[in-house]
Design a protein around this ligand. Structure first.
Ligand code: SF4
Length: 529
């Protein structure tokens, strides 16, 4: 065969290293998973405890490691994880050759929803402790992810109307074909008549179902029903005609490290009500008192910007240009200058528009301004088609103007936003195989997304620090957090309930020890010796 690299003989006794640990490289990501999970306080995070009776179950640490490995390696389904656990050497190393069945794996994700979310948050805390998260600026964005529910099993008034029209057209067509078949008297025509009759009956049945669904949709709180996943909702996406039935992932990403510091899955198809919520979550996660949040036009809402302002979060979000007058080629509101000293506007013709009255529209107090000179204005056709041009101003409009000024002083804000947050969604969708979620309902989908986010953040941290440094730093960070000097008496009483075998001690500092529980896993405490 000439000069080719040859593999080993598969019947060779020592094809693999004697010890599986030798097979796992020092910078392997499974070692990071192992250390990260081992350093977690799983009971505090809310993972279910072992049952007092019955057959012993799998330790939550084992199951969590299995899932983390799966989400880091694009193996998210419980059946595929079961298969991998039985044949993948890295997983055998990670779980100690435990291979739970797919139902146990799926049940763990379902039953530990809150704890998995808390674990995801815990990794962000770790990144913060390691100084990975700068925390000054975060970019917020939302992206739609497909649910298990297909579009055919999602019903909105518009979709039902369109389907009814299609069914009606089909019935008309079949009735025409039936008339033609009736006029013919041969045997083939009779068979065709029977077949057409059956199809017509099926279409009429479909029409009755659609009418029933129309009534149910009219009674639904948000006028929408999904049959497979009741929480999934039809959502518009950026591309024309590319709407999907799914969920909206909101993510706040640190501009320095590109780590997802906060996320939330919603089934609301727009981002308008999310700015303050995500800003709050990001501030809590980063611990930054001076947080700037960058968001696109989809997040613009005066109420949300005001909420950010009141909470000390600096929002930067461009205002959408929705002026009908501007679209028609006339002056837009931006052509009118507000003069604070006189509480009036100055129009392009140089006339003052004093404040006239205040009204409440959709819960917002709006002041109306107009001039008495519009009737004799020479450029009125460029301004208004009405009697006079009226300009409305929200009572908190200064907050929006201040944000606009900030945006002008930071011309690359939207570029920073785009390069910080948008690739994150692309990566996660790629890891999902451009497919739908594996689970149903908002809560379970949220848990599934937390695992994706945790895997994404872990990969990001490994790429930034390198696995060996991340492992060492994670151990040290946990040790520092757990450090507490206790008296000898306290130490003695503590040891009474925990089996401290000599091998379970690890020298940490000159006059302190780290002790582990009897499984040699959980660090328990330090004390002076
Ligand atoms: S129409 Fe009225 S508001 Fe418009 S430019 Fe003329 S005076 Fe000013």
């Amino acid at each position: 065969m000439g000069r080719f690299i040859e593999g080993c003989d598969r019947r060779e006794v020592q094809l693999l290293p004697d010890c599986v640990d030798d097979y796992i490289a020092e910078d392997s990501q499974v070692r990071v998973i192992d250390v990260f999970v081992d350093e977690l306080d799983l009971s505090t995070l809310g993972f279910s405890e072992a049952a007092a009776t019955g057959r012993p179950g799998y330790h939550p640490a084992t199951m969590l490691k299995l899932y983390l490995y799966g989400y880091l390696n694009q193996v998210q389904s419980s059946r595929r994880l079961e298969r991998e656990a039985g044949r993948n050497l890295e997983l055998m190393w990670l779980t100690g050759r435990l291979a739970p069945d797919f139902k146990t794996i799926a049940d763990f994700r379902r039953d530990n929803s809150e704890a998995i979310r808390a674990t995801c948050h815990q990794f962000v805390v770790l990144c913060r402790e390691l100084g990975l998260i700068a925390g000054g600026t975060v970019a917020v964005d939302g992206s739609r992810f497909k649910a298990v529910n297909t579009r055919d099993r999602n019903f909105t008034p518009g979709a039902i109307r369109r389907r009814m029209e299609q069914v009606e057209a089909s019935i008309e067509r079949y009735l025409g074909l039936l008339d033609t078949a009736d006029r013919q008297e041969d045997e083939v025509a009779q068979v065709r008549t029977v077949r057409l009759g059956e199809r017509l009956e099926a279409l009429r049945r479909q029409m009755r179902q659609l009418q029933e669904m129309e009534r149910a949709v009219a009674d639904a709180p948000d006028r929408q029903i999904s049959l497979t996943d009741p929480d999934a909702r039809a959502m518009a996406t950026a591309g024309k005609g590319t709407g999907l039935v799914g969920y909206n992932l909101q993510a706040a990403v640190d501009a320095g490290s590109h780590i997802i510091v906060a996320h939330e899955v919603t089934n609301v198809g727009h981002d308008r009500t999310q700015l303050a919520n995500m800003g709050r979550k990001a501030r809590e996660a980063t611990g930054s008192n001076d947080l700037t949040v960058l968001a696109d036009r989809g997040y613009f809402s005066g109420v949300e910007v005001l909420a950010c302002e009141r909470e000390g979060i600096t929002a930067i979000c461009p205002k959408p240009l929705t002026s009908g007058a501007k679209a028609d080629g006339r002056f837009g509101k931006q052509d009118f200058r507000y003069e604070q000293a006189t509480d009036s506007y100055r129009c392009p013709a140089g006339e003052a528009l004093p404040r006239r009255f205040t009204s409440v529209e959709q819960g917002l107090r709006l002041h109306a301004y107009w001039s008495s000179h519009c009737g004799i204005c020479t450029i009125k056709p460029q301004c208004t088609t009405g009697k006079e041009r009226r300009v409305k101003r929200w009572e908190h409009e200064h907050v929006i103007e201040a944000m606009q000024t900030r945006l002008e002083h930071m011309p690359d804000a939207m570029r920073v936003r785009r390069r910080t947050v948008e690739h994150v969604f692309g990566t996660i969708k790629d890891w999902m195989g451009r497919s739908h979620f594996k689970t149903r309902t908002l809560e379970r989908v949220g848990t599934e997304m937390s695992l994706h986010v945790l895997a994404y953040n872990m990969k990001r941290a490994i790429n930034t620090l390198g696995a060996p440094k991340l492992i060492a730093d994670a151990r040290m960070s946990r040790a520092t957090a757990a450090h507490r000097i206790i008296s000898s008496a306290e130490a003695r009483s503590h040891t009474a309930s925990v089996d401290y075998r000599p091998a379970a001690f690890e020298k940490r500092a000159r006059n302190s020890c780290r002790c582990f529980d009897r499984f040699g896993k959980e660090p328990v405490n330090y004390w002076r010796i």
